[in-house]
Structures are given as structure tokens and as C-alpha cells.
Design a binder for this molecule. Structure first.
Ligand SMILES: [Ca+2]
Ligand SMILES: [Ca+2]
Ligand SMILES: [Ca+2]
Length: 482
């Protein structure tokens, strides 16, 4: 057992922890923090929300080489414990001494990341045996708190390490100048372990637990993926696919619902390639009971599935508090137009899932790509976040950009959480983005009085539209009134 694992098993979650969204949890904030998260400007009325837009700037990361894919994953946390949120961004294809893949961490100046970046730290895997390479280092990132101090730790997935078995690393336990530690090696749960990550108190003892997806795992003759949980109370536990089937992709995406604040959180696991009732690629989402009690998890399906086509229900999932968002980017639209959609679900409300779809035709001038089956998919990325300032999380649903996003006015939609019946607001996506301009998304105030949306675009490069050089970039959008 590694040093990090030992530390992890010994330590409590400090204070009352909002574990609704592992990427966004303000871990380790000290009393130095000048602004309370609740101080963010509130935009609640429809008159206000009709007037919002995002002011985009590029975060000052170094220029990357082609193929670096900066922005593949991101995680916000205060890594040095100075009270200002820092930002870790992965570049799984970046060339570093000894291999490929590194994580760049933008350390905020006093005042926060909107004021500036103090320095960029580079995080690499540890030096190890020449026959072992950490591949796709940083495919997934997640904030956690393992040593009970004021500084956050970073969980790092490298799902192609060890001939595709997958490994998980942790960084920030010791000096920030040191490489990451390997937390779980290639034999822990072979099958792309580290493809997805989540952290929260799943077993209900008040201490941080970790969940790590291995969507190609074949555990004890059960194919279709699995999730490895490292629980402070339940120990190491493998959650195998509840409906084993080769290629289901169980564990592709993870989220955390907080249905009973103060008690254990619910782990949500998607299997977006699982077959439904005779439908290939229908997709499934499973909600585990708080405490991971050994009962069958609750199954969610696309409630309105077109029987002739896949849906990829759960390709992306995101939860905050009691709100769960599920992206279904391949589902057939209710009418001709853009493919895909997303669902908003409140498990305890008794209400059915609500379908969130685009209302306008995003590619009106060029029907040819649709004929060729090349459709921009809506709901490829979803994010539950407090952006507009209402009591309930807002739903952000993003669409990939086949031709650069200038012509895609509906590429970023936000459904206000304050009014479940409200129509979506189209927010301006960052200009000049690549196909996956929204590969990673996060919302935070960054210690300022405005909501900010961070977008990692690993497909960005010189002259990109659909096919870029994949250098990558990270964009910062500040929510302002028009
Ligand atoms: Ca900091
Ligand atoms: Ca810590
Ligand atoms: Ca725990």
C-alpha cells in the first residue's frame, strides 16, 4: 500500500463538505478567502437572464506543441492552501522528458485566477521502470482531500498505462514540486482504470472516499466495465456492471448526488454503450444507494427512446446537490435538426426526467453534413453548476462544433435552475474553438464576484475547424450583463 493510500485511509473530511461536485468543491479554503461563494452576483429574473453573456479570454498557459491536447481534463482546487483557487489542466499528449503527458497547474495570484497566474507548475508521473509508461496521463482529474490540511490534492487517471490496464496517481500530498505518486497500479482493476474519477463520502463515515471507473474491465467473469471504490469504511470494493454485457462501458462517467446533506452521498455511474431493450447503444445510468449498501442500484434509461437508433444516454453525466444531468448526444431529435439532447432529473422529487433539447436549427445553411451522418451532437457535455445565482443548480448543455463554433449559436445552452419551466438561454461559446471546445467544463467564481465558466479545448490549434492540430487551450468566460 502506498504512502498516499495510507494517508487517505486515516483522515477525516474537514468540516461540512459540499461534495456535490468533485471538480468544483472549494476544498481547503482558509479564512483568508475574501469572498463567500454565496456572494456571487445573483441573476434570477427572466429579464436579467435574457441579458447575460460570457466575456471570453484565453488563460495564460504556455503554447503547446501539436498533439498535446491541453484541456482534456481540468480540476479547480486550492493546491497551496493560500485561499485562492488554482486550476489543474491536463495535456495527455504533451512531450515531457521521459514520455508523454503532463498536467499544468496555474497557481493563482493573491486575488484569484481572474487577477492573474503566479506560476505554472508541471506535474509528471514518477520515474519508473522503462517498460512501464504512464499513458493518457491526466485523461481524468478530480480534486480530493487526503491529508486533512488546507491544500487540496489532485487525483489523476492514466487509463492507457500498463497495456491499457490503467493506473491512478495522486499529486499534492508532499511538496508541489514533486512528481505524482502512483496510488493504484496496473493490476488494481484492468480495463482502463482512471478513465473517470470522483471523490466524496460514499460510505458515510465522514471521510473522503475515491471512485475510479474502468469501463473496459472484465471483473470476475462480468464484462462491461466496473468501478473501483476506495472507501474509508468499506475498503476496496469493486462495483461490477449490474447488467454485464461486453462493451457496455459501465464506469465511463461518474457523478455524485447529495440527496441527504450531511450524510453519505450517492455515486452515479453511467454505461453509455449498454444495450437497452433490444437497442444497441441505448445507454444506462445507475444510482447507488448512500452508504453503498449491497442492494441493486436504481436504473435510469432514456424514457423516450427511438427504437431505431442508439441514444448514448449517460455519455456525460454531472450532478450538483440533488440535481442530476444526463447527456444523450446520439439520441434522435424530436424533429429534424441537431442530434442529441440531455435530461435533468431530481431523484427525490417524484417528477419524471425532463428532456432538454435545442430549439433552433444550428446548421441551417449546410445540410450536406447531416446527409453524411456528420451531425454535431448536443449533450456531449453536461454540467450542473450554480451559474445564474438561483437556489437550484443550473443545467449547462454543450454541443460539439463540427465547423468551428462561430456558426453554432446554440452550442452552449443554460437552463435556469431557478425556474424549471424556463426556456434555455444561449450563451456565447468561446470563438474559434475546435471540435471538442467543451471537452472539460467547470464553473466557479474564482474568488471574484462573478460566475466564471472554464472550458478546456484539447482540439484547439492553428487553423482549426473540425480537424485541428490538437494543441489545446483553456478559455475563461466571465458572466456579465449585456
Ligand atoms: Ca492557491
Ligand atoms: Ca490536503
Ligand atoms: Ca468515507
Amino acid at each position: 500500500m502506498s504512502l498516499a493510500l495510507l494517508l487517505f485511509l486515516a483522515l477525516p473530511i474537514p468540516g461540512s463538505q459540499d461534495s456535490g461536485s468533485p471538480v468544483l468543491v472549494p476544498v481547503g479554503l482558509s479564512d483568508l478567502r475574501p469572498q463567500d461563494p454565496g456572494a456571487t452576483e445573483v441573476l434570477q429574473t427572466s429579464a436579467d437572464t435574457a441579458l447575460v453573456r460570457l466575456d471570453w479570454t484565453t488563460l495564460p498557459f504556455p503554447d503547446m506543441e501539436p498533439g498535446a491536447r491541453l484541456g482534456q481534463a481540468m480540476a479547480l482546487g486550492d493546491f497551496d492552501g493560500d485561499g485562492w483557487q488554482d486550476l489543474a489542466v491536463s495535456a495527455p499528449g504533451a512531450v515531457r522528458p521521459g514520455g508523454l503527458g503532463e498536467i499544468l497547474v496555474a497557481m493563482a495570484v493573491p486575488g484569484g485566477l481572474r487577477k492573474g497566474v503566479r506560476e505554472i507548475l508541471r506535474v509528471a508521473p514518477p520515474a519508473h521502470q522503462p517498460e512501464f509508461e504512464a499513458l493518457e496521463f491526466g485523461a481524468a482529474l478530480c480534486i480530493c482531500e487526503l491529508d486533512n490540511d488546507s491544500a487540496a490534492e489532485l487525483l489523476i487517471g492514466a487509463p492507457l498505462s500498463g497495456n491499457g490496464s490503467g493506473t491512478v496517481f495522486v499529486w499534492g500530498i508532499e511538496s508541489l514540486q514533486k512528481p505524482a505518486h502512483m496510488l493504484l497500479g496496473a493490476d488494481a482493476l484492468p480495463g482502463r482504470l482512471g478513465h473517470s474519477l470522483a471523490a466524496g463520502d460514499f460510505d458515510g463515515d465522514g471521510r473522503w472516499d475515491l471512485a475510479m471507473g474502468a469501463p473496459l474491465a472484465h471483473h470476475r467473469k462480468r464484462p462491461g466495465g466496473a468501478v473501483l471504490v476506495l472507501g474509508t469504511k468499506v475498503g476496496l470494493r469493486v462495483l461490477a456492471a449490474p447488467r454485464p454485457a461486453t462493451g457496455a462501458g459501465f464506469g465511463s462517467s461518474l457523478a455524485i448526488l447529495d440527496l441527504a446533506p450531511g450524510a453519505a452521498v450517492n455515486l452515479v455511474v453511467s454505461a453509455p454503450d449498454a444495450d437497452g431493450e433490444g437497442i444497441e447503444g441505448a445507454g444506462q445510468v445507475w444510482i447507488y444507494s448512500a452508504g453503498l449498501r449491497p442492494i441493486q442500484p436504481t436504473l435510469l434509461n432514456d424514457p423516450d427512446l427511438d427504437l431505431s437508433a442508439p441514444s448514448s444516454f449517460g455519455r456525460s453525466i454531472s450532478a450538483l446537490g440533488k440535481t442530476l444531468l444526463i447527456g444523450a448526444p446520439d439520441r434522435c431529435p424530436p424533429r429534424a435538426g441537431i442530434l442529441g439532447g440531455a435530461f435533468r432529473y431530481h431523484p427525490e422529487s417524484g417528477r419524471p426526467m425532463r428532456l432538454l433539447v435545442q430549439e433552433k436549427e444550428p446548421l441551417p445553411s449546410d445540410p450536406a453534413p447531416l446527409d453524411q451522418g456528420l451531425r454535431a451532437r448536443h449533450g456531449l457535455r453536461v454540467l450542473a453548476a450554480n451559474m445564474l445565482g438561483g437556489a437550484e443548480p443550473d443545467a449547462l448543455v454543450a454541443t460539439e462544433a463540427l465547423f468551428g463554433i462561430e456558426g453554432l449559436e446554440q452550442a452552449l445552452l443554460i437552463w435556469p435552475g431557478a425556474d424549471p419551466e424556463a426556456k434555455p438561454i444561449a450563451l456565447n461559446a468561446p470563438p474559434g474553438g475546435g471540435l471538442r471546445w467543451m471537452q472539460s467544463l467547470a464553473v466557479d467564481s474564482l474568488n471574484s464576484d462573478r460566475a466564471c465558466l472554464l472550458a478546456g479545448d484539447p482540439s484547439f490549434g492553428v487553423g482549426v475547424t473540425a480537424t485541428g492540430s490538437n494543441r489545446g487551450r483553456v478559455m475563461l468566460g466571465v458572466l456579465v450583463l449585456r
